[in-house]
Design a protein around this ligand. Structure first.
Ligand code: FES
Ligand code: FES
Length: 155
């Protein structure tokens, strides 16, 4: 039986009718039209569906939409309303990605890290993105981008 839930997505309120079995990933992509969380493994292994739920990164393929009722969700679209933010620009400068499949999840995982730890170590970054699989680029440019960005202003 359908239920109406309210989601705050990137600062906008949405009332959506969902089935009890609908995942947050399905609702974001199919009903709200947010396409940055990608459909990958759909079993929690790849991280391509990562979003921030009340500031904490979650795999949206493993979260039921009804569990997110009344909560706040941030996706990459919410980080870049005025164009790429400084983290995204650092990724671009370091050629940190070749495709858009893993990129949104990695950006959000690093955003969560930087909110807690503005000057992370390389190991902190590795740990933060350890659940986000990238099949093409390798992780070093991602780590370089984050360390370079967060070192600015420290010299
Ligand atoms: Fe959610 Fe892979 S699609 S973790
Ligand atoms: Fe990450 Fe391709 S750049 S999967």
């Amino acid at each position: 039986m359908k239920k109406t839930i309210r989601l705050n997505v990137n600062g906008e309120e949405w009332d959506v009718d969902v089935e009890p079995s609908d995942t947050l990933l399905e609702v974001l992509r199919g009903k709200i039209g947010i396409k940055s969380p990608k459909v990958g493994c759909e079993r929690g292994d790849c991280g391509s569906c990562t979003v921030l739920l009340d500031g904490k990164s979650v795999r949206s393929c493993l979260v039921l939409a009804i569990e997110a009722d009344g909560r706040g969700i941030i996706t990459v679209e919410g980080l870049s309303k005025d164009g790429p933010n400084e983290l995204q620009r650092a990724f671009i400068e370091h050629n940190a990605f070749q495709c858009g499949f893993c990129a949104p999840g990695v950006v959000l995982a690093v955003s969560e890290l930087l909110a807690k730890r503005p000057h992370p170590s390389r190991d902190d970054v590795k740990e933060a993105i350890s659940g986000n699989l990238c099949r093409c680029t390798g992780y070093e440019p991602i780590i370089d981008a984050v360390i370079d960005l967060t070192a600015k202003g420290e010299e």
